[in-house]
Design a protein around this ligand. Sequence first.
Ligand code: EPU
Length: 416
Amino acid sequence: MDKIIIEGGRRLKGEVKISGAKNAALPILVSSMLTEGQCVYSNVPDLKDVNSIKLLLSTLGTSVNTDGNTVKINAGGLNNHKAPYDLVRKMRASILVLGPLLARLKKARVSLPGGCAIGARPINLHLKGLTDLGASIELKHGYIEARADKLKGAEIYLDFPTVTGTENLMMAAALAEGTSYIKNAACEPEIKAMADVMNKMGADIKGAGTSCIKINGVSSMNPSSVSIIPDRIEAGTFMIAAALTGGDFKIVDCEPDHLGSVIDKLRRVGSKIEISKKCIHITGPDEIISVDIKTRTYPGFPTDMQAQFMVLMSIANGVSTISETIFENRFIHISEIKRMGANITVSGNSAIVKGVPALSGAPVMASDLRASASLVLAGLVANGKTEVNRIYHLDRGYEALEKKFKLLGAKIKRVS
Ligand code: EPU
């Protein structure tokens, strides 16, 4: 199994180019199921999760061709309504095929995803919304068995603005008969990006990016070509690397508008940040100031940046409170960061981080995607050698992370 070895303590500088967003690419690739022609997607990141969704789409009968960061999908041959356990358990976002399968094939048999390292992660709101649209749903032997002769427009209220739930329901409602409203919808930029793609395909979706989305169902949709938006979490992770190492770099091909809360916090920490079109120039502070964060749905501070921000606070001057409000178990990285010398205590869903003068390199174990990124960041600033094990989590969501850090001057390598 691969691991990453880092000799910490270098000041990083240079320019880093941001890849396409994992969490936009996954639902957008799935939305190709809504049409019979060939869709072409560029700027698709080369990631394990993207490979998992491509494999699932092929299993369902679509043809998938990849050439570098371009992916062509033709769902003309979609003929299998079964998403098996072996594929769904590898990646929870596989649940996204449920809505399109119902819309196109009138039936779906999709494995229940189950929990994961960061929480129980139920999908009850996906199922409730599909029931509102007229689907009948049963849970049998670990599978969701869903049927709908005709999906019908409905008013759907989500108890929580679930991201993939909103995406799943947008796809089902796009081909339903009549008008649907998704209320208390997720507002993340990936939702807007996906609606833009679907509108280009002939869907009629208004209000995506706000908490009320109106969808007038259409009878069919057409293929289209689109480029995937930049990954805001990857960009945020590099911003924290700059703040941590007193670095100075330009983060290019990113979307600063999607990073408002992260930019605000990093300025309060003492970083100097200049924004221009698709570029963030960040200079880390001489002294990192402690700042509190509470994770929130967009445009609040993203849960996907919580672990990375905690590493920054672990060497700040002062005490910071970090509260996780989206997932119930997203503090698994703490025990590993503590092994590197951080002073962190947990009380309920909050972590109290008392800054220490320095972290020290150690062998550590990655437990989930963003936790892995936080350990790499910790290794970049720690004294001595850090060995990050189980980095397959990192490969699920960061394209060539260690190569990008190397170009910025880090002493980092991957070994088998
Ligand atoms: N929830 C329910 N019922 C549901 C759906 C969600 O109770 O039916 C709860 C969840 O248990 C959780 C909260 O709602 O406590 C938020 O979950 P959400 O459904 O919004 O998350 P998701 O759609 O499964 C996406 C991203 C995650 C990101 C979250 C929150 C994708 C593929 N995944 O997950 O990304 O953390 O939104 O922003 O878009 C990552 O990239 O590392 C990652 C985990």
